[in-house]
Design a protein around this ligand. Structure first.
Ligand code: ACO
Length: 358
């Protein structure tokens, strides 16, 4: 048995390969460096799902179909009232559960489109604002930002969101993707697989970390205070959010892709200076304290800064992660369905046995 299934191989995939020693991410035969900042969400959908979902359109037709799908799910946020106090990711999960299940291309397109509508509506709901209806003719990234803020974004802002969504689209057999594959293997349908993915993603050890990164930066405040604050957090037994990874033993390549997107966006330079000071101090302290466990910057650290610069509040960062990762969840679900076998591992019973009759 392997604690946390570390190093256990549970699938063969043609989708992505995470090389944790070299710090490389390959997606469908291409390096992340060739993808992030160079293609839009729609093109990533085609790269990942092409050949896996018969009937999935490409190019301008895909953009139009996604736009129509955003419009088709918008009534859900108007009709389905939510209990007070739900976080944006809980709202995303609840509204997603109202989509009828299926394994066809139409269901997949709806699931690719829906998180943008639900995320923007959840953020606006938390701010006491009415949701903004989708504009079907826009690109997926541009319309997401428009539904969030009410105005059309600049081309640079839409490009930055595209860079983020492409960067996080897939990453081997991470916890949420594995959860999605397990559910898909039961043939429960793509909506059920998506719900499993969202549920696993929301934990702070997976996709729930970037919000706390912002809390950390805000609490530190000044670059000169980073070291003392980080030392105190570790002394309290806390983990530093945005650092460490199950697979990477070197820097997560997605961190650099997102930092480059942040620079292209021309984001607040004082914030970037603070973040770089915190990153350098954290890496130095972690090396001192955990000399035998390489703990490097992971994707969540610069995710926090990029999504903050685009106007998303920290409590919605996980929803935006889900927007991008839905591509990977669906591709893995389709691969699992095509492979055909139910995922059903064994456990070793270590509890008491019934008494033997004398
Ligand atoms: N800060 C401080 N110490 C850490 C950190 C961290 N961020 N991450 C790991 N460690 C320490 C642990 O305390 C442990 O020390 P010990 O052996 O002395 O007890 C050791 O490193 C190994 O930790 P594990 O929990 O076994 O490592 P695992 O591979 O299971 O965890 C994880 C990976 C969950 C990402 C972890 O590094 C972590 O909690 N990071 C902070 C949260 C975070 O950034 N999550 C986002 C991950 S990226 C993503 O999922 C998209």
């Amino acid at each position: 048995m392997s604690d946390g299934l570390e190093d256990v191989v549970a699938a063969h995939t043609t989708l992505s390969d995470v090389d944790g020693v070299a710090g490389r991410l390959v997606i469908r035969g291409r390096s992340l460096d060739d993808l992030a900042g160079r293609m839009a969400f729609e093109e990533m959908v085609t790269l990942m799902l092409g050949g896996l979902l018969p009937g999935l359109p490409e190019g301008a037709e895909l953009q139009a179909v996604l736009g129509a799908a955003r419009a088709s799910v918008f009534p859900i946020v108007l009709r389905a009232s939510l209990p007070a106090g739900l976080s944006p990711v809980e709202a995303l999960r609840t509204w997603t559960a109202l989509i009828p299940d299926g394994e066809d291309a139409g269901t997949a397109v709806t699931l690719l489109a829906a998180p943008a509508v639900f995320t923007a509506a959840a953020v606006r709901r938390a701010r006491g604002l009415e949701p903004v209806a989708p504009e079907a003719g826009l690109s997926h990234a541009a319309d997401t930002l428009r539904m969030l803020g009410g105005d059309r974004p600049s081309a640079a802002e839409a490009a930055a969101l595209d860079a983020y969504l492409v960067t996080v689209a897939d990453h081997g057999l991470n916890a949420s993707t594995f959860a999605a594959r397990v559910v898909a293997s039961t043939r429960a349908g793509l909506v059920s697989a998506e719900l499993a993915g969202i549920s696993a993603l929301k934990g702070p050890l997976h996709g729930g970390a970037p919000g706390p990164v912002i809390d950390m930066l805000d609490a530190i405040g000044e670059p000169g205070d980073a070291r003392a604050w980080l030392e105190a957090a570790l002394d309290r037994g806390e983990r530093l959010m945005g650092f460490g990874h199950r697979v990477y033993r070197v820097r997560d390549p997605r961190a650099d892709a997102l930092k480059a997107a942040l620079r292209r966006l021309g984001a607040d330079s004082a914030r970037l200076v603070l973040a770089e000071a915190v990153e350098q101090a954290a890496l130095a302290i972690l090396r001192e304290r955990k000399p035998n466990r390489p703990l490097e910057t992971n994707v969540e650290f610069y995710t926090a800064l990029l999504l903050e610069a685009l106007g998303f509040p920290p409590e919605a960062f996980t929803c935006v992660f889900a927007m991008g990762r839905t591509i990977g969840w669906l591709a893995h679900a389709q691969e699992q369905i095509a492979g055909g076998r139910l995922i059903r591992p064994q456990s070793v019973y270590v509890g008491p046995r019934p008494m033997q009759a004398a």
